[in-house]
Design a protein around this ligand. Structure first.
Ligand SMILES: Cc1cc2nc3c(=O)[nH]c(=O)nc-3n(C[C@H](O)[C@H](O)[C@H](O)COP(=O)(O)OP(=O)(O)OC[C@H]3O[C@@H](n4cnc5c(N)ncnc54)[C@H](O)[C@@H]3O)c2cc1C
Length: 406
């Protein structure tokens, strides 16, 4: 099923974020001087797409592990010390937190995935019109239209704009939160099953029960430096949403660290994929006969994806393949064929956290098993150390940050 309103269909191609890791590293180098107290003081202001020097814009690279959370946090730590870079480091770990939280509740992802097409087909005629105006940037709210266009055109929105947009979508336009999350997921270059789904739930008051985020015209005016002021246009005292999705169903279910897999099983194929393109990956001691990168894109939405998202993911995979001197493979069947051609019976791959990438690797498991090829996935040390502290609120993880950074 594809549904692409006019304004989305006419989206422009983007050159804002070239994918290679080298570009991410250069961006990190440029941003580092601002990652200390300047970041803490100015990060909440959205100066507009022409001026993004107060935030890192590293999320598309981190999302694919073209840069690792660890190397970004350590670089800021090295430049400013823990106290100086604390706010930036915390933000990097918000991503880790959301991922760890979802690991313990994989059903939240399945429920969300099933809810998207159901919500779309359940829209009333009036809601359908509001939805079409929202994704087509044709509402009466100027700032909202601006962000819808910016998202489609650049694949990126400032964090505060994401919060305002989600709040207006849910509480003023009264549209289903899952369709807003889907709209983001189809267009964000950093679109991530955990950060996106759970941030939308957080705004709605579903992540932290009863605590919702209500966008205020005065706050938008202040933090856009007067670019927007939607006075009298926004819902002022809406109720938070409710559901019963948050129960923990799978605590600590992620797989072994790499070290535990170093059994004398013969040479293996190392497989990188869209959730982990191998930034700062240490496979010392592993007998790697060849490296493959699974290209293409796992299905993030039942509806049409933004063009720039697919392009960024494809360029990211091609860059990883080139850097690792490896084969870019388009399908899970192709991965197994490549392993057979290389004469290996074991594929080793970094763990894909809950989301469409993991769903795709689950299919690889089936195809490989039928061909007599074993797949072992391993969890990165960064995730292994942090995820056990991510099962409740962010505060439990925040307390551990100095220790986690060593
Ligand atoms: C409704 C909504 C949807 C979102 N969807 C996504 C998403 O799909 N993917 C995504 O990576 N982030 C998402 N975020 C979080 C956040 O907005 C982005 O990570 C951030 O804006 C990226 O810009 P940056 O790289 O300049 O961030 P910076 O401020 O420079 O932060 C550095 C890094 O920390 C991480 N980070 C920062 N803030 C957050 C946060 N609040 N939650 C999680 N990680 C954070 C990102 O990896 C980011 O690159 C969402 C937030 C909201 C409110």
């Amino acid at each position: 099923m594809t549904l692409l309103p006019d304004a989305e269909a006419s989206s422009h191609p983007v050159g804002f974020f070239p994918a290679p890791r080298a570009h991410g590293l250069e961006r990190l180098r440029q941003f580092l001087p601002a990652a200390g107290r300047a970041y803490a003081a100015s990060r909440n202001t959205d100066f507009g797409p022409e001026r993004r020097d107060n935030v890192s814009c590293l999320s598309p690279f981190i999302r694919h592990r073209l840069l690792s959370e660890e190397e970004v946090a350590q670089a800021a730590h090295g430049a400013h010390g823990f106290k100086g870079a604390e706010k930036f480091i915390q933000e990097v770990y918000w991503r880790t937190y959301f991922k760890g939280w979802l690991e313990a509740r994989p059903h939240v992802w399945s429920l969300y995935r099933d809810a998207v097409p159901a919500a779309m087909s359940g829209l009333t005629a009036a809601e359908e019109e509001r939805y079409s105006n929202a994704v087509g940037a044709r509402t009466d709210i100027e700032c909202f239209n601006h962000w819808a266009n910016e998202l489609i055109e650049t694949g990126y929105l400032h964090n505060h704009a994401r919060m305002w947009f989600a709040s207006i979508w849910i509480f003023t336009l009264k549209l289903p939160w899952v369709l807003g999350a889907d709209f983001f997921y189809r267009h964000l270059l950093d679109g991530d099953a955990a950060s996106n789904t759970l941030s939308w739930r957080w705004v709605a008051g579903l992540h932290t029960k009863g605590k919702h985020y209500v966008a205020k015209a005065s706050n938008i005016n202040t933090y856009t430096e007067g670019r927007f002021s939607p006075d009298g246009q926004l819902a002022t005292s809406p109720e938070p949403l409710h559901d019963d999705w948050n129960r923990e169903t799978a605590p600590g279910r992620w797989p072994t660290p790499l070290g535990d897999l170093l059994t004398p099983g013969g040479p293996c194929l190392l497989l990188l994929h869209e959730d982990d393109l191998g930034a700062a990956l240490n496979v010392e001691g592993v007998d790697v006969a060849a490296v493959a990168v699974l290209g293409g894109q796992a299905e993030r939405s039942p509806f049409a994806m933004g063009e720039a998202v697919g392009r960024f993911a494809q360029e990211a995979a091609a860059d990883a393949a080139e850097r690792h001197g490896s084969q870019l493979v388009a399908s899970v069947e192709g991965v197994v064929e490549f392993a057979q051609k290389e004469g290996v019976r074991t594929i080793l791959t970094p763990y894909a956290p809950v989301g469409p990438g993991a769903d795709r690797l689950a299919r690889l498991q089936e195809v490989a098993k039928a061909a007599g090829v074993a797949i072992h996935d391993f969890t990165r040390p960064h995730d292994l150390a942090a995820w056990p502290h991510c099962t409740k609120g962010f505060f439990a993880l925040k307390k551990k940050l100095p220790g986690l950074l060593g």
